[in-house]
Design a protein around this ligand. Structure first.
Ligand code: NAD
Length: 349
């Protein structure tokens, strides 16, 4: 590990997720950004310059590296040069390019974290803060699961911890594209995932195998958030009420519970407006948003809705995953508190 026990973090792929992870890492006192990569000298480089993050080229190709200087950017070298000065790399490249990158990380002897666009089979290990931080301690690499799976884990893991058994059916109503994407759809259709179950439910079982869960998914023409419609079957003698489930989530890290009727926050548009109103950077909401008046426990069946800000809920999880792999914090709640306190310094008006 680096000097003064500061974890040296590289970001490979400075896009939607990469730029956010970089800022969240930069806010922590026990880690620092040693560089971020761009494939070419595009507009994202200006953000890295403003943040004082050293820019590296995604490739080791001399011509591609030289193109940065020609465009007026100070490029410190290729990916190999960046890996040489890092303890750990957070791979935020587009999904499915991970396998090729993993070989490079292993050859360079750095730890690695992939994102949810990669398959569990490729990484052999997955992560969410509440489900399996401890199991990831000192591992060589892991995968922070997708935004949807992270969202499911946030509310289902505390429920499972209380009940000791949980069976879940859920429908993911997914945003079609991120706000910055101009090449994805649908723009006037509802597109079901014609593969049942969708990957989201089974993906939860990569971090918490004890939860029995199936999911279906549809993409809808919105860019703001995902919405989950969840039905969970609790075991006999669960001892919970609608109110106590709500209270459990209020006390769970990174979950916000609000009453839609009372606050007027009754759609994902208003949830995002709320995030902007409280001054969150990029208008992000790291927390999972649960509508209090959408929760109902009827006998052993629990119904609820939750909204997921797809571009940001996985960001603090990446910070916790760094501590898990580096073995610097074994208790997930301590890591979560540390991560969120540091991030809150740049959040909230
Ligand atoms: P993005 O397209 O916004 O950013 C990817 C960045 O990686 C771009 O800057 C791109 O130029 C760069 N890149 C391209 N090829 C590369 C390579 N071979 N090596 C390194 N970098 C390369 O994508 P994103 O939305 O930030 O997604 C990144 C990962 O995070 C994916 O696995 C995705 O599934 C996952 N994820 C995305 C979201 C989301 O809503 N955007 C949420 C959770 C997880």
């Amino acid at each position: 590990m680096g000097n003064n026990m500061t974890i040296k973090v590289a970001i490979n792929g400075y896009g939607t997720i990469g730029k956010r992870v970089a800022d969240a890492v930069d806010a922590q006192t026990d880690m620092e950004i040693v560089g971020v990569t761009k494939t070419r000298p595009a507009f994202g480089c200006d953000l890295a310059v403003r943040k004082n993050f050293p820019i590296y080229c995604t490739y080791d190709d001399a011509g591609k590296i030289a193109a940065f200087a020609e465009a007026g950017y100070d490029c410190h070298g290729g990916l190999s040069d960046l890996l040489a000065v890092a303890d750990i790399v957070v791979d935020c490249s587009p999904g499915k390019v991970g396998a090729a990158n993993k070989e490079k990380y292993e050859a360079a002897g750095v730890k690695w974290i992939f994102q949810g666009g990669e398959k569990h089979a490729m990484t052999g290990n997955s992560y969410t803060s509440s489900a399996n931080h401890f199991e990831n301690l000192n591992c060589n690499g892991t995968r922070v699961v997708s935004c949807n799976t992270t969202g499911l884990s946030r509310t289902l893991v505390p429920l499972y911890s209380h009940c000791g058994q949980l069976k879940v059916e859920c429908t993911m109503i997914r945003r079609a594209a991120d706000p910055g994407d101009s090449n994805k759809g649908p723009i006037n259709a509802i597109k079901p995932v014609l593969h049942v179950p969708s990957h989201h439910g089974p993906d939860v079982m990569t971090v918490k195998p004890e939860i029995e869960i199936n999911s279906m998914a549809v993409a809808v023409p919105t860019t703001l958030m995902h919405c989950h419609s969840i039905v969970a079957t609790l075991p006999e003698g669960h001892g919970l009420t609608t109110e106590s489930v709500i209270e459990m989530w209020r006390e769970s890290p990174r979950v916000i519970v609000m009453n839609g009727a009372q606050t007027g926050i009754s759609t994902t548009a208003e949830v995002m407006e709320f995030a902007r109103d409280i001054g969150r950077k990029w208008g992000d909401l790291h927390e999972i948003f649960v509508w209090e008046d959408g929760v109902k426990l009827d006998g052993n069946t629990l119904y609820y809705f939750q909204a997921i800000h797809q571009e940001s809920d996985v960001i603090p999880e990446n910070v916790d995953a760094i501590r898990a792999l580096m073995g610097t914090e074994s208790d997930w709640k301590t890591s979560v508190a540390k991560t969120d306190a540091a991030i809150s310094l740049y959040n909230n008006l």
